[in-house]
Ligand binder design. Structure first.
Ligand code: 6GU
Length: 248
């Protein structure tokens, strides 16, 4: 899978892209990340990427020309059928809220373009006539889209076959199942005065699976009750929730 990132700060990506999951995926040839400096697509002596807002007001606005030209230059090097379906995503707090289903949707594309907004805004014509999607990673404001792009790349590449150690491990976890994850323990069996729950040492895999499912439900009810409305639960699990909801 290929990511093309448009940014004014390509150096921000160096750390994350040379570590951990990214590095593993990259060395296995499973991902390619191309950084495009928007400033390289300016034509004036001062490499101007922003300008004053029409109508006045504080702050600067990113100019449309360098952004259009960067995207069009990478589209010109692709087969036209692929260019026609290429997701061109603007990272902005005004976008749709990023989630696991969106990560899964993006992971099915062979290539995506991520445009990192900066400063106080971006010329509206980029939204209207260039981008195909706008994504936010949460209800808070970042200085720019770069960290959001890294969050999205991280969430997407770990879904690609061959990136994680064991293929199934991304299917079982929080948000993929619609529930938060169950508690995990490792050795020692007693640390200070705190024992590992006995069922986990029992070797009874049916009991362990049942306990884990129950713990995931309890934790989700306590911390993220709204997630339970979309989780797929059987009758026994629905009854467990009703019981847990009763005041003691
Ligand atoms: Cl994608 N960009 C910015 N600047 N702030 C954000 C965001 C994106 N998502 C949440 N906050």
């Amino acid at each position: 899978m290929q990511f093309d990132i448009l940014t004014l700060f390509p150096e921000m990506f160096q750390g994350p892209l040379s570590t951990g999951l990214f590095q593993r995926a990259d060395s296995r040839g499973l991902v390619a990340v191309n950084l495009h400096n928007i400033r390289d697509h300016t034509h004036d002596r001062h490499h101007t990427v922003d300008d004053y807002p029409y109508g006045g007001g504080a702050g600067m606005v990113l100019k449309p020309e360098p952004i259009f030209e960067t995207v069009e230059s990478l589209q010109s090097e692709m087969p036209s059928e692929q260019a026609a379906t290429l997701p061109i995503i603007l990272l902005t707090p005004q976008g749709r809220l990023f989630s696991q289903p969106i990560a899964e949707e993006l992971s099915r594309h062979p290539q995506i373009v991520l445009i990192c907004g900066r400063y106080e805004g971006i010329d509206e014509r980029v939204r209207e006539y260039l981008v195909t999607d706008e994504i936010s990673i949460g209800d808070y404001v970042l200085g720019g889209g770069e960290l959001a792009a890294m969050v999205i790349i991280d969430a997407v590449i770990r879904l690609l076959p061959g990136v994680l150690g064991s293929e199934k491990s991304s299917l079982d976890e929080s948000h993929a199942t619609g529930l938060l994850e169950y508690p995990q323990y490792t050795r020692p069996p007693v640390y200070r005065d705190w024992p590992v729950p006995e069922v986990l040492l029992s070797g009874n895999h049916a009991h362990i699976a049942e306990w884990r499912r129950e713990q995931a439900i309890i934790r989700t009810l306590k911390r993220r009750p709204e997630m339970l409305e979309r989780a797929r639960l059987d009758n026994k699990e629905e009854r467990l929730i009703e019981r847990l909801k009763q005041p003691r």
